[in-house]
Design a protein. Structure first.
Length: 407
């Protein structure tokens, strides 16, 4: 049981019906829901030991807010305005943890005097994570008080873009492709107001692509695809997209741009995703490496060593899975069309993995073994989806806000 002078954590009474085994209460014995949920969320996503450590560092701060005379006179609370929260945190560090605070342009620099530096590090990590949870649960209606204003500016820009795109329909909770009666390929387009462009795509599966490019395949393969046997059977079939080009919404007469597909169009065209940056003839590898170095990748490496910044070491993450021969089929198919062929799941999973990892690394203060466990769980959960292929289905979950905290 975690004890504190005012706020404390108590075990749930046996005669009380509650989903929480441990409840945080204030000095009057009133349950404090945000701290209680924070403890159990941390325990669920990290570890029980980490949750107890985080809670133990937060309870003295919450006690400070209700017992310090100056804080009481100002009526400062944990859910006060961001400026008031930052001032309370700074005073707590100086008065209780004996740190010195030095104002800077965008943040506060704290310097150690006699307390262990890990104490302040864990406290700030726990408090940042607490406010992330409070904002997600809509308990704290203001901007995160402990994030860099530069990061907040980027969040405001993203929010403005979302408001400008408010006329577009929201992405459904689940979306994707299922086998049906439509005849492939299916042509569709998607307008992106931020770039003033309309993206054009074709939806294929294995048999439809082979039959549409019959001149590039043998008669035997075309017959197999037509009869949907062997590698073209429903069990091994899968859907994929072909990016045809981007049309300008400003100048209808402008030609379509074949590679202008967000951040990955040029990477797909240049075969730089995965381990392909080190594949090909010496001239092709040299061209790929020169392109990567022009964008700052591999600058610290000797030129005789090839850099592969988009290699994950895990098939199905950025690159197609080898299950059912999907990777081999798409590698051969790319040589038979001028469009960009890709599977949306691999890119979506990589983006989800990156956002989750960034949020985890920068806000939790987790230990190295917890980071490894987190990565293992993410990869295992994604591998479950990869093993379900050839059903091509993407779970579009609500995007969590990711912020870069002050270091």
């Amino acid at each position: 049981m975690i004890q504190s002078q005012q706020f404390r954590a108590v075990q749930r009474p046996k005669d009380l019906c509650s989903p929480y085994e441990l409840v945080v209460v204030d000095g009057s014995g009133v349950p404090h829901l945000p701290l209680t949920v924070f403890y159990h969320e941390t325990q669920r996503f990290l570890a029980e030991r980490t949750a107890k450590t985080y809670l133990a560092t937060l309870l003295p701060y919450f006690n400070y807010l209700v017992t310090d005379p100056w804080r009481r006179e100002r009526e400062d609370r944990w859910d006060s305005l961001p400026d008031a929260v930052r001032e309370s945190v700074r005073d707590f560090l100086v008065e209780q943890l004996h740190y010195k605070a030095q104002p800077r342009d965008t943040d506060q620099l704290v310097r150690r005097t006699c307390k262990s530096p890990s104490t302040v590090h864990v406290f700030l990590c726990a408090l940042k994570q607490f406010y992330h949870l409070a904002r997600r649960k809509e308990w704290y209606p203001y901007p995160h008080p402990l994030t860099d204003p530069t990061a907040k500016l980027l969040q405001d820009v993203e929010a403005e873009e979302r408001r400008e795109a408010g006329h577009r329909p929201r992405m459904p909770q689940r979306s994707g492709v299922e086998a049906g009666t439509a005849t492939l390929p299916v042509s569709f387009s998607y307008e992106e107001p931020r770039y003033k462009q309309r993206f054009h795509f074709l939806l294929w599966d294995r048999p439809s692509f082979v039959l549409a490019h019959a001149d590039s395949y043998s008669k035997t393969l075309c017959s197999t695809a037509r009869n949907k046997r062997l590698q073209y059977s429903p069990e091994r079939n899968h859907f994929f997209l072909e990016f045809v080009g981007a049309e300008s919404l400003i100048d209808p007469n402008a030609p379509r741009e074949p590679d202008a597909l967000f951040w990955f169009g040029e990477l797909l065209r240049s075969s730089l995703i995965g381990e392909r940056a080190n594949c090909g003839t010496p001239e092709e590898i040299e061209r790929k490496q020169a392109f990567l170095r022009s964008w700052g990748y591999g600058e610290r490496e000797a030129e005789e060593f090839a850099t592969q910044p988009f290699s994950t070491g895990q098939t199905g993450l950025l690159t197609e899975t080898r299950i059912g021969g999907q990777a081999n089929f798409l590698t051969a198919a790319r040589r038979k069309t001028s469009g960009l062929l890709f599977t949306i799941e691999t890119l979506y999973d990589a983006a989800t993995f990156g956002l989750a990892a960034l949020d985890f690394f920068t806000t939790t203060g987790a230990r190295a073994n917890e980071l490894l466990s987190f990565v293992s769980v993410l990869i295992a959960s994604m591998r479950c989806r990869w093993e379900e292929l050839p059903v091509c289905w993407s779970d579009w979950s609500q995007r969590e806000e990711t912020r870069q905290p002050i270091t």
